[in-house]
Design a protein around this ligand. Structure first.
Ligand code: SF4
Length: 277
């Protein structure tokens, strides 16, 4: 159900990661979110986290919780507390969670991680990821999450991969798709941006056209991002001339991913929801 098509173990070597973090500081980045795949399995995660912390950024980690029980992780997060630690919950039972992650033992590991961070009093937020694998136990997931924190979110908007591969849609629970709010615009590429493991900067995780190679262009390369972002937000392609775009629930890059994946219109587009034009 991941929005990434490939999650290869690859990226910049450690010194280049530090150079990238220096560049982000130079660019005035105040808040940095580590995400993945799963960020904590990267062998440089703790050193990159520590370095970014020492450079004074507010740090957020999005994790599946599978490594939170490890001593080195717990030690670092206790000494250098994250601004926010968000753990994804994929089920309330081994059966549901392990079938979704396709990893035997994943549920046991996240439980171990949640217990470990609670024991050392690291505050967390839990995001319940709702899919066809676990929609039957949503209430149990809510109860489980609330045992660890009051800050519980729910997420059911499983999208295609950012490059439009449809595979994650098989896990999409149509009862929990969300998307009730009209899209009001987004400052991606203007006030925040995304950087991949190679230092390629894009407007966000989804809109990845015309990436800027920060390792070659340096911080100045970011000056081109607003225009790259604006171009991706135009209702072009399958959305060209749409009379319902004023009530659309998805941004253009996400609509494009759905369209490329040939997802059912009713799952994302107002034209599939019987909204009169
Ligand atoms: S309503 Fe559908 S066609 Fe119109 S802008 Fe949104 S996704 Fe595109």
């Amino acid at each position: 159900m991941c929005y990434l098509a490939l999650r290869k173990f690859e990226g910049l070597p450690r010194p280049e990661k530090k150079r990238l973090i220096d560049m982000l500081c130079e660019a005035g980045v105040l808040w940095l979110q580590f995400t993945g795949g799963e960020p904590t399995i990267d062998r440089d995660f703790l050193s990159a986290y520590t370095y970014a912390y020492e450079r004074g950024m507010l740090l957020e980690i999005l994790t599946n919780g599978s490594r939170l029980h490890r001593e080195d992780v717990l030690d670092t997060l206790t000494r250098l507390p994250p601004h926010k630690l968000t753990v994804s919950l994929y089920g309330a039972s081994e059966e549901a969670a392990d079938s979704l992650t396709r990893t035997r033992g994943s549920f046991r590991r996240v439980m171990k991680g949640l217990d470990a961070v609670r024991a050392v009093k690291i505050p967390i937020e839990v995001t319940i990821i709702i899919t066809t694998h676990n929609e039957h136990e949503v209430d149990a997931m809510r109860n489980l999450a609330h045992k660890y924190t009051d800050r519980v979110n729910e997420f059911g908007s499983i999208s295609p991969t950012y490059d439009g591969q449809p595979d994650p849609l098989a896990a999409q629970s149509t009862r929990f798709l969300g998307g009730d709010t009209v899209f009001q615009g987004c400052p991606a590429g203007h006030t925040f941006f995304h950087v991949d493991p190679f230092g390629l900067a894009t407007m966000c995780k989804v809109g990845r056209e015309n990436p800027v190679n920060l390792m070659e262009a340096g911080v100045a390369g970011l000056l081109g991002l607003p225009a790259i972002s604006d171009a991706q937000m135009l209702r072009t392609g399958g959305c060209s001339g749409c009379k319902l775009s004023g009530t659309c629930r998805v941004c253009r890059p996400l609509a494009k991913a759905y369209q490329t994946a040939k997802a059912p219109l009713e799952n994302y587009c107002q034209h599939g929801k019987g909204v009169p034009a």
